[in-house]
Design a protein around this ligand. Structure first.
Ligand code: AVI
Length: 333
């Protein structure tokens, strides 16, 4: 029935994602009121390391909780989405999470999609050593922009995996648009396994973004270090402090960098003034109720098939089925 033999090894597809115009985006964001910088700029090499360190912190429960859910329910997930599928991972993130899923789902093809070529290849090579018989089709692309997958076997069922509650870093309307685009990638009937952090008490949420060791503060401030280095800026890192809080009305953690004095900062040929106490909004991390997330996904064309949570109700992994109709073709017979 299947069109093709799938044997082990890595194939690499480079879609040459346009590098973000960091200067233009930062200048635009700092010209707004209130000032803001998009969170995607956190992840230079040092920022990615700091994020890895965050995932190990005692206060940052999402990573270990999601791993626990994958360990406890991987078999059930496989029964729902089927084995031998094409598994597309959006962002080749935590190697432990994908290993657990690869073991449970035994896909025919694993297709990690990541904007960083180095990161993508490094993790694909690591996985190829552990799963020598697995066909890996590594795609270097910006998964937040529309793209088409290099799929050469249309007979495979498709499942996408988007862990880590990264969906929470989008505004809800953007998240819905993003889910709709994933739907185009997995096609009608395709499944999406997506990790979503849940609403909970303010203390637990705020501790996760204000850890005692100050790693999250360092992660936030590293953004300014990056702008100094890459955009020839002159931020004084001692003149800003990390601030994170939960806004229950909006259901989101907000991270800010607060100016501790009146000051001026130069970025290349531009100068920005900061008042004492003025903030740069650097990140939103939305938390959802289960029904709330399912209705957001329904608006993007998905049926909620199942949701797994941990015993404490901290985190959720949803199995969604794309019920959107195939896009119309112009010439139909
Ligand atoms: C990547 N993302 C899901 C993390 C989050 O929790 O929103 C980023 C992060 N920011 C501070 N700590 C972790």
């Amino acid at each position: 029935m299947h069109g093709k033999d799938h044997s082990g090894g890595i194939r690499f597809h480079d879609y040459h994602p346009e590098p973000a115009d960091m200067r233009a985006e930062v200048v635009r964001g700092l010209s707004e009121m209130p000032k803001r910088i998009p969170p995607k700029f956190f992840y230079d090499q040092h920022g990615s390391r700091l994020f890895d360190a965050i995932t190990q912190l005692p206060e940052y429960y999402p990573t270990r909780t999601e791993i626990g859910i994958l360990k406890d329910h991987g078999e059930e997930m496989a029964e729902r989405v089927g084995r031998g599928a094409l598994l597309v991972e959006l962002g080749s993130g935590s190697s432990l999470k994908i290993r657990l899923l690869l073991e449970a789902l035994s896909p025919s093809v694993y297709m990690p999609v990541d904007i960083s070529k180095a990161h993508l290849l490094e993790s694909a090579e690591r996985l190829a050593r552990v799963f020598p018989d697995l066909e890996i089709q590594a795609v270097c692309a910006d998964y937040t922009s529309p793209f088409e997958l290099p799929i050469d076997d249309e007979s495979l069922d498709r499942t996408a995996f988007f862990p880590g509650s990264s969906v929470g870093n989008f505004q809800p309307s953007e998240a819905q648009e993003f889910l709709r685009r994933i739907g185009l990638v997995i096609g009608p009937g395709g499944r999406l396994l997506i990790g979503v952090d849940l609403l909970k008490d303010t203390g637990t949420l705020e501790a996760a973004y204000n850890d005692a060791q100050g790693v999250t503060a360092e992660f936030n401030l590293n953004l300014l270090r990056r702008l100094n280095r890459e955009l020839d800026a002159d931020f004084d890192l001692d003149a800003f402090r990390h601030h994170a809080f939960f806004d229950r009305e909006r259901g989101r953690i907000e991270m800010h960098l607060i100016s501790v004095r009146d000051q001026q900062v130069r970025i290349a040929d531009r100068v920005f003034g900061f008042d004492l106490g003025e903030s740069i909004h650097t990140e939103c991390s939305y938390k959802y109720g289960i029904d709330e997330f399912q209705s957001l996904a329904a608006g993007a064309g998905y049926l909620a098939e199942h949701v797994w949570t941990d015993d404490d109700g901290l985190f959720s992994v949803h199995c969604l089925r794309n019920s959107a109709r195939p896009t119309m073709t112009l010439f139909q017979r």
